[in-house]
Design a protein around this ligand. Sequence first.
Ligand code: ZN
Length: 252
Amino acid sequence: MRKRAFVFALLVIVSIPGSAGATPNPIASGPTGVPVVALTFDDGPHQRETPLLLDILEKHGVRATFFIVGTRAVDHPDILSEIVAMGHGVANHSWSHRNMPLLDRQAMYQEIAFCSQAIEAIAGIRPKFFRPPGGNWNGALLDVSSDLGLSLVLWSVNAYDTSNTSAEDIASLVIRRAGPGSIILMHGGMENTMLAIPDIIEGLRAKGLLFATLDQMFRFTPAARSPLPPKIPVETAFQGFPLLSPATTFTE
Ligand code: ZN
């Protein structure tokens, strides 16, 4: 009995979160030594738009990564399962899309953990990447996501598709700015984004770029991360982004 207690105590000691090393920086882009980019779509699943988006991606033979909002996953479990079945990556975009740096650590923990649990319960996949809503983060959030086994991912190319940008402008901006290692931020519920996708795929392929999920991009080069400045001012990161109050729930 005493021996069992000792083994348990040892397990507790070696599994203390954070004991493996310092918290890593957020990921903004992938390795630049290979001509690979990652398309990422935030805020889904969306009842109408996500199936259309999946059709477009399938037609062009492209795999992308979907940053899932937990409450939406619970509302549309069949669509989340379809995303996974079609070979796309799924990642964590919080439980209810709140402005994370305004939360205390316990609320941060719940926002991230609940989303991962919902995704795992529905699709059988435990996400490896977490993107905070609006790209807003601080040191506490970095610690919490790391403790939960998730890498905090931002982006290197913003399509600005939440600000009434035309499909033509979205496509030309992304094609112009993307290169090897780019992580491209888009939103799955936007009409103009879907209209832009075929041109984006064609334009990036013309630049010799291939498409991968984030899991594929980082599978063999987990250390290939681009560190960012330690903090992005919330006002700057939040420009043009729809702020949701804590009580806000999504509607179709
Ligand atoms: Zn979002």
